[in-house]
Unconditional design. Structure first.
Length: 174
């Protein structure tokens, strides 16, 4: 789907499930990211439906992030749809395995996804939502030129206060 200097992203396959469970076990991941299904069969069914519907219908979704040097899956990143203030908005999301954090991979892949959204989907804006206490994610979002938009309460995440940032694309600015 996308390629950067050190990474490529591709559609998720069922063969990626075991590696994703390993990634989602990291303490810093569990603290901020909604977990995969406890029951692997439920996760497999969900992933099958996601692959069949999301990628084919929209042409985007959450992809797996792989290192070019060895094809190792190091995370997930991509685009989804989120309803905010009664408007459907395009949302960027990402997770990088703990052992690959603080190496610039999240910035690299998210920059490529922003470029994809602007230049291939002709998006006028992207939103990014994170927990208010996820300082590392907020630093990354700001580095990607997102600006604070609003606080929202996540009903899916035990009424946790989340912060929403928005990035507007103007005249080919990427």
């Amino acid at each position: 789907m996308l390629e950067t200097e050190r990474l490529y992203v591709r559609e998720q396959t069922l063969e990626d499930i075991d590696r994703l469970y390993e990634i989602y076990e990291g303490d810093s991941i569990k603290k901020f990211i909604e977990p995969l299904y406890e029951d692997r069969q439920e996760e497999l069914a969900h992933t099958k439906a996601y692959i069949r519907h999301m990628y084919r219908f929209y042409g985007y979704g959450m992809w797996v992030v792989c290192l070019k040097e060895n094809d190792m899956v190091i995370g997930r990143a991509g685009l989804g749809n989120r309803r905010i203030d009664d408007e459907d908005r395009l949302e960027i999301g990402y997770v990088i395995a703990e052992e690959y954090q603080k190496k610039g991979y999240a910035f690299e892949v998210c920059k490529a996804i922003c470029d994809f959204a602007q230049n291939r989907l002709y998006a006028q804006e992207l939103v990014c939502i994170t927990r208010k206490d996820n300082e590392a994610s907020i630093r990354l979002i700001k580095k990607l030129d997102f600006e604070y938009f609003a606080e929202i309460v996540s009903e899916a995440d035990d009424l946790t206060v989340m912060v929403c940032y928005v990035r507007h694309f103007v005249n080919g600015d990427s």
